[in-house]
Ligand binder design. Structure first.
Ligand code: UGA
Length: 442
């Protein structure tokens, strides 16, 4: 039953962020209406089908739909009428003509909503945006919304990780709210009251700070990964082991163990494009020199894909043309079917260009990989990928790959050669089973 006293929420954009946010908010009792311009996506969600692979999400979606508190629509007038708080969750991909963020989805959504807003409400931005976007939205509302005197903008960045999206939404490690309006901040505290009661840290700040918190966090994570990959390069030539190095430095609590996994580097729809957009925005603001290191972080990261492909060529005695390569993994990380800027697919494509017969298997990203890389042979089983392979490339560390029995797996391939591009396997066990094993920086 819907509690009439409760704030009514809308969610604009139903990608990973929006679909999960809408469902999670309805699951904790809010009356939520979510909108997207993609009618197919809306009808899938409406029928309880997840448009992407995310552990636990589809179950929560179907359960929540039965409560009647979660609805999907393509009707902007309904959204404008429904929302006490409008969560803006549209995508901000990289522009096709440069490194900056493409804000066209933000502009389109605000452009649709603004003239329809006849009542008091809060617009809560969750999309990852260049600093200054909240200020632009505030100006746009002031100029275009009938109820502009009663509308506030808050920035409320989202830190969810794919693969843990439901958990990260319902048990976030912090909530950040950015606004100058005490009323709007109070409304947002009310939205998150049950989560705040769990003891979740709350940071209230300005909108600009909140916008920056998100890109700063992703930049730090990306830097940490590129740092350890730089160490891997040094370990490689010095005959040292980067996994031991990471283990040892991580005990310093100022450093920590997480995000020190050396290997193929970061991909996905967030880290790569966020560091580029952040650097670009800093250039626009005249402080590009301060973020120049992000260019290096990015270059180091993209370079890994080429060097790891070259490592495979070398392991095949300098010539991979005509050889059969089994690529394990296509998604940018395990527990996801997302192949945006996927390091795994880049490596597979480079080897394909070298004339190898490349077969790619991923437990969930079969369809997305086929669309993103139609030139590659994406197969439906691990066996199909590995049969008679001259070399195996572990590119995404899915549990089922990490759990492989090197002895039994060795029976399928033609040559027991493996590059563990995620340092996810036990070198001792694989070598003992007769494999020529190469990790990264170890
Ligand atoms: C990232 C952030 O971690 C989230 O906090 C943020 O909310 C999200 O972006 C976003 O901006 O929406 P996500 O893209 O899901 O989340 O992926 P991560 O778990 O951060 O992994 C990113 C990449 O780094 C993956 O390709 C992963 O394989 C790689 N990685 C991660 C490493 O190469 N080494 C590591 O030690 C950790």
């Amino acid at each position: 039953m819907v509690d009439d006293q409760r704030l009514r929420l809308t969610v604009i954009g139903t990608g990973y962020l929006g679909a999960v946010h809408a469902t999670a908010m309805a699951s904790i009792g809010f009356d939520v209406l979510a909108i997207d311009v993609d009618e197919r996506r809306i009808s899938m969600l409406d029928q309880g089908t997840a448009p992407f692979y995310e552990p636990g999400f589809e179950e929560l979606l179907s359960e929540t739909l039965t409560t009647g508190r979660l609805e999907f629509t393509t009707d902007w007038a309904r959204v404008a009428e429904h929302g006490d708080v409008h969560f803006l969750c549209v995508g901000t991909p990289q522009r096709t003509d440069g490194p900056g963020a493409d804000l066209s989805f933000v502009q389109a959504a605000v452009g649709k909503l603004a003239p329809l807003l006849n009542r008091q409400c809060v617009i809560a931005g969750k999309s990852t945006v260049p600093v200054g976007t909240a200020a632009w939205i505030t100006e746009h509302i002031a100029a275009n919304s009938p109820a502009h005197d009663h509308i506030e903008v808050v920035w409320n960045p989202e830190f969810l990780r794919e693969g843990f999206a439901v958990q990260d939404t319902l048990q976030p490690d912090r909530i950040v709210l950015g606004s100058d309006s005490p009323e709007a901040l109070a409304t947002m505290r009310e939205v998150y009251s049950s989560i705040l009661e769990q003891g979740t840290p709350l940071i209230e700040t300005t909108a600009a700070t909140a916008e920056l918190v998100k890109v700063a966090a992703n930049s730090f994570l990306a830097t940490k990964i590129s740092f350890i990959n730089a160490m891997a390069d040094v370990c490689e030539v010095a005959g040292a082991d980067v996994t031991d190095l990471a283990h040892a430095i991580g005990y310093d609590t100022r450093i920590g163990h997480r995000f020190l996994g050396a290997g193929l580097g970061f991909g996905g729809g967030c880290l790569p494009k966020d560091i580029r957009a952040f650097k670009h925005r800093a250039d626009e603001l005249g402080v590009g020199a301060s973020l120049r290191f992000l260019q290096e972080v990015d270059d180091l990261n993209t370079r890994r894909r080429r060097t790891i492909a070259e490592q495979a060529v070398e392991l095949c005695d300098g010539d991979i043309a005509g050889k059969t390569v089994a690529c394990l993994g296509a998604a940018f990380k395990p527990d996801s079917d997302d192949v945006r800027d996927s390091p795994a697919l880049t490596v597979a494509s480079i080897l394909d260009r070298h004339g190898a017969t490349v077969r790619v298997f991923d437990p969930q990203a079969h369809e997305t990989a086929q669309v993103a890389a139609p030139h590659l042979q994406i197969v439906k089983s691990l066996e199909e990928a590995a049969v008679d392979a001259d070399i195996v490339m572990l590119l995404t560390e899915w549990k089922q790959f990490v759990a492989l029995d090197p002895q039994a797996f060795g029976e399928i391939v033609a040559n027991r050669r493996i590059i563990d591009a995620r340092n996810a396997l036990d070198p001792v066990a694989w070598r003992a089973a007769g494999w020529e094993y190469q990790g990264i920086g170890r």
